[in-house]
Design a protein. Structure first.
Length: 273
């Protein structure tokens, strides 16, 4: 079981660690890595300035040159890893472009919102139901063996189950898997007596994964802290969890545990919604 097509978002500034993680995974899974560079400023200014205006032409020249330099640097890294690399540079909003390009990708790798940023690509795409798992990578690294020791945050929800299903290439290859089981569930389902409870431990065992079980009773933002604490306690290098959002508007209002983990994560986090 493997990811054969991986999409990596290339930021025009900040850490390149998310791209390096994507390339390392490309080498591990023998996958093709597609790097996406979004020229957001050019797209915005085209809507404001006339095509032949000097400021627009200066911006186009600058940003396309930056994209070309990023491509040269990343192609060099891909050659070092022996990874098949595809490069895409488009004008437009990064989250919109990721949603389109990821349609034929099996894993999307993006960087954590940098300190000082009020909003980032992660917040825009992590709760959009694209059907693609999102691997969020912190700026600090390096993360050489992502997925060797995995913590699964489990509450029986559809989002958590989706994260597990889409994280199976990591889980089946992990040396250690720990399930942190909680009780918080946001789903509104018809009453049933007794209510069916998905048995994650049995599911993992059928797939040859001998997971360890831990339990927690906390909820909300405290659940996020419990997830991060557990990841630290078991030396996890990857967290697998569902993502929750309370709004269908573009400005997503993230659930408490999701927000806490995204704010304070210290290892990569695989999320699904």
């Amino acid at each position: 079981m493997a990811y054969l097509d991986i999409l990596a978002h290339v930021r025009p500034y900040g850490s390149i660690e998310p791209v390096e993680v994507a390339l390392r995974l490309g080498g591990r899974f023998d996958a093709r890595v597609t790097c996406l560079y979004a020229l957001e400023d050019v797209a915005r200014m085209r809507a404001i300035l006339t095509e032949n205006s000097a400021p627009l032409q200066t911006l186009i020249e600058r940003d396309y040159a930056a994209a070309a330099e990023a491509e040269r640097r990343i192609r060099s890294l891909a050659e070092r890893e022996g990874v098949d690399l595809a490069w895409s540079a488009y004008e437009g909003d990064a989250a919109d472009l990721i949603a389109i390009v990821s349609r034929l990708q099996e894993l999307v790798v993006v960087g954590k919102t940098e300190p000082g940023e009020s909003w980032g690509v992660v917040e825009e795409i992590v709760t959009v139901p694209t059907g693609r798992p999102i691997l969020v990578v912190p700026s600090t690294g390096p993360f050489f063996d992502t997925g060797k020791s995995v913590l699964v945050a489990w509450n029986g929800s559809a989002q958590a189950a989706d994260a597990v299903m889409r994280g199976m290439p990591f889980l089946t290859g992990a040396e250690r898997v720990v399930v942190l089981s909680g009780s918080e569930d946001r789903e509104k389902l018809p009453p049933a007596t007794p209510r069916p409870e998905p048995d994650l431990m049995a599911y993992l065992q059928r797939h040859g994964i001998a997971a360890e079980l831990r339990r927690t009773d906390v909820s909300g933002s405290a659940a996020g802290s419990a997830i991060l604490d557990a990841a630290h306690d078991v030396s996890a290098d990857l967290i697998v969890m569902g993502a929750f959002g309370r709004s269908r508007l573009r400005e997503w209002v993230l659930g408490g545990a999701t927000r806490t983990v995204l704010d304070y994560m210290h290892v990569p986090v695989l999320m699904a919604h």
